[in-house]
Write a protein that binds this ligand. Structure first.
Ligand code: SF4
Length: 202
């Protein structure tokens, strides 16, 4: 499968997830607090390289893949490279500098569910939502165990790995996933022509 077709397939999966999340949100009224980037400040976020393939491909098309790869290779912090804090001194405010290209884990967290040991669906969301939107959170938690449809992490990761089993099944710290996604694109085009019809844009 070419890089372009894998990128399109990952983007299609994200499109489907976006629809499911928007239905879930409009039903439950759960929402991220404006300006909050707390979940991106976790130092131990794991992801698969495949979920960042659209981002890496975008970097390649805009001529920024090599320089970003070097930055990632030298980076010692485990905080996601793409996180843009409002303050360098901590706090919850901040945002993703590449929101359009964020990974599957970033999209699912907050509005996706996992199954517990007895197979019951549990919403995976943050303390800020659980405590600040307590009533809606409790109602949503009950409803997903009955009839309310919620995106499920394992289903989405399974669908992702069907696009590219090798890249979709590796789960590594997020900055390694970013690095591996860029390496995949650069290696792919090392001996191939620039993708037809796509121009380098700043
Ligand atoms: S890719 Fe963006 S949304 Fe995902 S953890 Fe990094 S900064 Fe946050």
């Amino acid at each position: 499968m070419t890089i372009e077709s894998r990128v399109l397939a990952v983007e299609a999966l994200y499109g489907q997830l976006e629809k499911e999340i928007s239905e879930f949100q409009s039903h439950t009224k759960l929402h991220c607090v404006a300006g909050c980037g707390k979940c991106c400040t976790k130092p131990d976020i794991d992801a698969s390289p495949l979920e960042f393939l659209p981002w890496a491909f975008h970097l390649f098309l805009t001529g920024k893949a090599e320089e970003t790869l070097e930055i990632l290779k030298e980076r010692s912090s485990t905080l996601c490279l793409l996180y843009n804090p409002v303050s360098l001194f901590g706090g919850n405010n901040g945002s993703c500098s590449q929101y359009k290209y964020r990974g599957l884990i970033c999209r699912l967290f907050g509005y996706g569910a996992n199954r517990d040991k007895v197979g019951q669906l549990r919403l995976a969301t943050c303390k800020i939502i659980k405590e600040g939107q307590k009533e809606n959170y409790q109602k949503a938690s009950e409803e997903i165990t009955k009839e309310l449809h919620v995106p499920i992490f394992t289903d989405y990761y399974m669908n992702l790995s069907q696009i590219d089993f090798r890249m979709g099944n590796i789960i590594v710290p997020i900055n390694d996933a970013l690095r591996m996604a860029i390496e995949e694109v650069l290696q792919y085009y090392a001996y191939r022509p620039f993708p037809s019809g796509l121009k380098v844009t700043a």
